[in-house]
Design a protein around this ligand. Structure first.
Ligand code: IPE
Ligand code: MG
Length: 229
């Protein structure tokens, strides 16, 4: 979700104004995906690098997070959405962490879409943590290094148990991954739109999905193999 700051600046407003307007896009995207029967939606809401922004912006984002999670529990329940989170959640302010945990608990029995918030998340942080956890298990004799497979690594990432994303949408036209799900995106289709996040809506979501439906996903195979599979 990128472009909140530029969206606000373009109208002569403070960056935080854009973050507030981004919440509508979050709601519309989550509802739109849930209606379509999409199983998992991961939103990159705050990266480990975002902590380096001015304190006033970080504080405003954390406050917005607390408010939004509280206010949107009804939306989650109405749409049978289960809320989950990935990232260094212990680094979030206590109030934020508590609100997040409460929403996770309240929605835990919802059987529809899983909405995963990436908060204080970065892929390098996640992979480093996974390596450390695996090394620790080896040092305790719980697994041997020869047993490490791709599955072992998958199981030690924050996304353990989730399927790899099929489509990644990035708004605001930036042509980069920005430390997001580097392992998991190996064969994900990328869709980058110039639309700024606060302007993203159902129509833009459908455009991305229609574009995705036209892709031929080959996973390293030939086109012939992929279409007869
Ligand atoms: C994305 O919008 C929101 C967060 C990272 C929290 P930005 O704040 O990155 O907006 P731009 O990129 O400055 O326009
Ligand atoms: Mg940005």
């Amino acid at each position: 979700m990128d472009g909140n700051g530029r969206w606000a600046r373009a109208q002569g407003e403070q960056r935080v104004f854009g973050h507030h307007h981004g919440v509508r896009a979050v709601r519309e995207t989550a509802e739109g995906c849930a209606e379509l029967g999409i199983g998992y939606l991961t939103l990159y809401a705050f990266s480990t690098e975002n902590w380096n922004r001015p304190k006033s912006e970080v504080d405003a984002l954390m406050e917005l997070l607390v408010q939004t999670i509280g206010a949107e529990i009804k939306t989650l329940m109405d749409n049978n959405i289960q809320l989950l989170a990935i990232g260094d959640l212990d680094s979030l302010p206590a109030k934020c962490h508590a609100q997040l945990n409460e929403a996770i608990k309240i929605t835990s029995l919802n059987s529809g879409m899983k909405l995963i918030l990436a908060l204080s998340y970065s892929s390098r942080w996640e992979i480093t943590k996974a390596v450390r956890d695996i090394a620790h298990k080896i040092s305790e004799g719980k697994i041997s290094y020869e047993e490490i497979t791709e599955e072992t690594i998958h199981n030690h990432l924050c996304t353990a148990g989730f399927p790899d994303p099929e489509l990644m949408i990035r708004t605001s036209g930036e042509m980069r991954i920005s430390n997001f799900l580097l392992w998991q995106l190996a064969y994900t289709e990328l869709y980058i739109t110039p639309v700024l996040w606060p302007d993203f809506n159902r129509e833009e979501l459908y455009k991305a999905l229609i574009d995705f439906q036209k892709r031929e996903r080959r996973f390293g195979m030939t086109g012939e193999q992929a279409t007869t599979k």
